[in-house]
Design a protein around this ligand. Structure first.
Ligand code: MV4
Length: 453
């Protein structure tokens, strides 16, 4: 007999991901507790939960990041586990520790693994030791400008100075030649100190036109690890992903198998548990590991569509101590999936457009999934991330998935706020996108932004 699952899960998040987690709980027969700020009292994730607790005023630091309020909500409602979703407290090792210290289960990896991967230098050291390929660069932290100069000369310009506590592009500076290295080192260090309170930096060879390809894995508490293939997340603007696909138009099945074997072997030896994503840069036929995310990701649905897996249900089963119960051979990749991230932003200026939604109609039909907490009459508050809906399409081939996305985007009706639906329509019509011919710089050129990085 398999270990029992939980009676009640508190979902420490809001919006579409809080709903997504609720849906998995319902199907598993688990009760749900929503938490919310005063700005979200009428939100869909609150309306559909079994129980809800108000945890504070609109600013995230006073509500969705308010650890004592969230732990109190769990105690009051008798929840036995907490799912953090993505963002907010999802990669806060101290929070995971406190959840466990209160006798609750944190639905995610161990605090030690969250902490390790939060330190980009420690993450790279671990992966290198386990045989995962890296970008050429410094062996760990770089202490001073002289050290930076020596390493840059060894790996060759251009180089990138990165913050150990970074991620998401903050505290990152390019040096294109020896005349720029000391300035890049100094500025990256100052930005890192200001942004993270940690000025440790390291250096990598700068790849000028990579794709951003990430691999989804699940690991149970007994050392079994499987992967669910890759997602191509190259289409981004200012480090915000806009569109993701599975599989990558740039990869073949043999490359997927090879990368998957390398990564699952490494995570097995690391003793990693629950869901994780390894981020790679892919250029000139080579993969280089850059970071690992220890959470469920926004773009997980494209993997779910292609593999026919419920990643949230799997996270919950793993946290409850169940075995995966299948092996890599059982994981199949069928067809192609594309996710369009629809945000409450002007589709040209990207200015946020919070406000009241007057009309809402989501597309449907074959191969269409919409993850959203919107409803006609709902309020999109100005306090949080502007993501309001994810349109995910699945079809047998990539051209069919694009045709399906075009059809579904036409059906999408949101009024009262502006959204990025028109931007996605333009992307779908572009010949380079249709050819799968893009790098991490493609979208910024497409929308006429100054290149970043
Ligand atoms: C890089 C790179 C080029 N070369 N590292 C940006 C955020 C952080 N997660 C890693 N990033 C990059 N690291 C080397 N050695 C280019 C980027 C980068 C990037 C990476 C993934 C997706 C979008 C990006 C946009 C600009 C720069």
């Amino acid at each position: 007999m398999a270990a029992p699952l939980f009676n009640k899960i508190l979902i420490a998040n809001r919006g579409e991901i809080a709903l997504r987690i609720q849906r998995a709980c319902r199907e598993l027969g688990i009760g749900t507790v929503a938490v919310h700020s005063t700005a979200d009292a009428e939100a869909m994730h609150v309306r559909l939960a079994d129980e809800s607790v108000c945890i504070g005023p609109p600013p995230a630091k006073d509500s969705y990041l308010n650890i004592p309020a969230i732990l109190s909500a769990a105690a009051i409602t008798g929840a036995d586990a907490i799912h953090p979703g993505y963002g907010f407290l999802a990669e806060n090792a101290g929070f995971a520790e406190m959840v466990e210290a209160h006798g609750l289960t944190f639905i995610g990896p161990s605090p030690a693994h969250i902490r390790m991967m939060g330190d980009k230098i420690a993450a790279k050291e671990a992966m290198a030791r386990l045989g995962v390929p890296l970008v050429a660069g410094s062996d760990g932290a770089v202490a001073d400008a002289g050290g930076a100069r020596a390493i840059a000369a060894r790996v060759g310009y251009p180089v990138l100075v990165k913050a150990a506590a970074g991620g998401g592009g903050r505290g990152m500076k390019v040096a294109r030649g020896a005349g720029e290295i000391e300035e890049a080192f100094r500025v990256a260090r100052a930005e890192a100190r200001a942004a993270f309170g940690n000025d440790v930096v390291y250096i990598e060879k700068y790849l000028d036109r990579p794709r951003h390809i990430e691999l989804q894995v699940l690991a149970d508490a007994y050392g079994d690890v499987v992967h669910f293939g890759e997602r191509d997340c190259s289409l981004q603007r200012r480090h915000q992903k806009i569109l993701e696909e599975a599989g990558s138009p740039a990869l073949n099945a043999a490359q997927r198998v090879h990368l998957g074997e390398t990564v699952t072997g490494a995570l097995g030896r690391l003793g990693y548990r629950n869901a994780g994503t390894l981020e790679f840069l892919y250029q000139d036929g080579e993969f280089a590991f850059i970071e690992m995310n220890t959470r469920l990701q926004v773009e997980h649905p494209v993997t779910e569509m292609v593999c026919g897996v419920d990643l949230v249900a799997e996270q919950i089963r793993i946290a409850a101590g169940q075995r995966l119960g299948y092996t890599q051979r059982d994981v199949r990749f069928e067809g192609h999936a594309i996710e369009c991230r629809i945000t409450a932003e002007d589709p040209e200026s990207f200015a946020p457009t919070p406000g009241r939604v007057s009309l809402y109609h989501a597309p449907g039909g074959p191969g269409v999934r919409v993850d959203s907490a919107l409803y006609a009459g709902c309020m999109v508050p100005p306090n949080y991330d502007s993501l309001v809906a994810k349109l995910i399409v699945h079809a047998r081939t990539r051209p069919e998935a694009i045709a399906r996305a075009r059809r579904a985007l036409e059906e999408f009706a949101v009024a009262g706020i502006k959204t990025t639906v028109p931007l996605h329509q333009r992307i779908m019509e572009d010949a380079s996108f249709q050819a799968g011919d893009y790098t991490i710089h493609w979208l910024e050129r497409f929308v006429g932004d100054a290149g970043v990085g």
